[in-house]
Ligand binder design. Structure first.
Ligand SMILES: Nc1ncnc2c1ncn2[C@@H]1O[C@H](COP(=O)(O)OP(=O)(O)OP(=O)(O)O)[C@@H](O)[C@H]1O
Length: 274
């Protein structure tokens, strides 16, 4: 395990057969400048990263460093000012997105919220209803299909939002701090459920978080992004076998990874002294 900070981002994947080495997501020198009434804000410097099929990658960085911006550019919700993103496979049609807040539609039932992407894509919801029911059952929401979002807890709503992201069987799962607003126990529970689902379905996952331990627990690689304008300062391989239980957080290696990442975040602006 090499934990030394490097100035060059590392984006190679070990132990992968050459045929599988085509990235699922290629982020090539992506930069973003926002123009507002207060002037120009450079949210992202120049970010390059290759993400391989079936990888679980976390973006970890200080508030405002451009993590959401990068995710939105990958999802095609935002244009890059410079550089480009290339998605293999189904492209944007193969994306599932889970936002910071669940953004469920209050006037739709839970199952109809899960079916929303199917409606948007003008596919026949009937064919997907059984799948929606299965997904909701997998995420502990059996019996809540016909409730409205306000009748569910925050954790349950976020589970429903994950089901919605999965309904059209995406190849790429983009998640923007999906568990940030949840209590610690629910967050742990959902981390384990997410890992299990990701392992079963072999999706490529790009996950934004502020939590060092969540990033280490879930990821194959943790990408550390510097303070605004965001750039990659290091990509850390997390070498724990899968499936991982929450007990790995007690292991010395987990502590080493966490300390190393905390040190990088301190160096790169996560803990301001002002
Ligand atoms: N639409 C916009 N117009 C102008 N500035 C924006 C816009 N969206 C984001 N920004 C600015 O770009 C920078 C990066 O924002 P972004 O939301 O990507 O950061 P982040 O790392 O996801 O933050 P957080 O972790 O707090 O969610 C911030 O300074 C933000 O104020």
């Amino acid at each position: 395990m090499a934990l030394a900070a490097t100035s060059e981002p590392v984006s190679t994947l070990k132990d992968v057969a050459p045929a599988a080495r085509q990235p699922a997501i290629e982020i090539d020198a992506v930069g973003k400048v926002y123009h507002s009434s207060d002037g120009a804000v450079t949210a992202l410097g120049s970010v390059s990263l290759d993400i391989y099929p079936g990888e679980f990658i976390s973006l970890l960085g200080p508030s405002g460093c451009g993590k959401t911006t990068l995710l939105r550019i990958v999802a095609g919700l935002e244009d890059a000012s410079t550089g480009h993103v290339h998605l293999r496979g189904r492209g944007l049609d193969g994306l599932g997105f889970v936002f910071q807040r669940d953004v469920l539609v209050n006037w739709r039932t839970i199952i109809d919220n899960v079916l929303l992407p199917i409606d948007f894509k003008n596919k026949k919801p009937k064919a997907y209803r059984e799948k929606a029911q299965q997904l909701l059952a997998t995420f502990g929401l059996k019996g809540f299909e016909n409730k409205r979002p306000w009748e569910l807890s925050g954790g349950m709503r976020q589970r429903a939002a994950i089901c919605r992201a999965l309904i059209d069987d995406p190849e790429l799962l983009l998640m923007d701090e999906p568990f940030g607003a949840l209590d610690a126990l629910t967050r742990d529970e959902l981390n384990v459920e997410l890992q299990s689902l990701w392992q079963k379905t072999a999706k490529t996952a790009l996950f934004v978080t502020h939590s060092i331990s969540e990033a280490v627990f879930l990821s194959d690689r943790v990408v550390v992004v510097s303070d605004k304008p965001g750039r990659i300062v290091e990509v850390l391989d997390i070498d724990f076998p899968r499936p991982r239980s929450l007990d790995i957080r007690e292991e010395p290696k987990f502590g080493q990874y966490s300390r190393h990442l905390r040190g990088l975040l301190e160096q790169h602006g996560a803990f301001r002294k002002d």
